[in-house]
Design a protein around this ligand. Sequence first.
Ligand code: DGY
Length: 322
Amino acid sequence: MDKVIVTRKIPQKFIEQLEQSYEVYMWDEAYEPMPRDQFLESIKDATACFITLSEKIDDTVIDQAPNLKVIANMAVGFDNIDVSLAQSRGIVVTNTPKVLTETTAELGFTLMLTVARRIVEAEHYVQQGDWQSWAPYLLAGKDLFNSKVGIYGMGDIGKAFARRLKGFNTQVMYHNRTRNRHAEEKLGALYVPFDTLIEHSDFIICTAPLTEETRNKFDKPVFEKMKSDAIFINIGRGAVVDEKALIDALQNKEIAGCGLDVLRKEPIDMSHPLLKMDNVVILPHIGSASVTTRDRMVQLCVDNITRVLNNQPPKTPVQLDD
Ligand code: DGY
């Protein structure tokens, strides 16, 4: 019987689907990743694995798993997986695109408005009993209305984000590896060079995946070019940003604030300097975290595993660009 490893606790209704045909080994913790040595041990005789972005799939894992046919990643991003290596060994890699697009764009939008209108600071202000009177500039923030918004990464999430901007009378610019006609014609997004995007935007939203091209894209020279009242939002991957450069930019007032749903090291160290800044909002990588969307992501992983183990093409295979 094929053996499926599930590296995080998922609802029983999904496990039951897998158990109809396979032996399933699920790590029974919802909030703690499966320890690496246990993962390496259990994958030895597995034919499929259902993983999250906490699991790094490298040559050690692949060498350890001679029977593995499919790796189903519960994420759209797949920078945790050496996809070329897996594919060179005949292992299918799948991800969860589309099903999380709207939820992730919605979180990015929430984060942008939260930073712009200083919502976290305002809530602390009330909770701490500092609210003594109305004041002309009390917690005055920044308007999204009438602003220029620059989207870096115009994939599905970038487009869903641009669509949400329509009601705010913004001018939308974008930069992407390739031009996106849909974004230009249907959403009125203007394609601009990267430097134009960072120099002219009031809000800069990064939705880009982590690739060799995007790694450390937001570095010191980039933050220096931004407007001093710009707000930077990252819902892509942490390593797209040089965090030291971001901290310097915030300390030197080269930008006004930032909102991050993703960090280079997750979870963040509690001593991280970004946690001490009032104009920074950090979230624990919850872009796609609505119950409906997480259910859809899990179901898609289950479907992909079932299809591959039945010699059918998966619904959402990862395909590497040349
Ligand atoms: C993704 O899907 O890549 C997210 O970052 C995890 O929800």
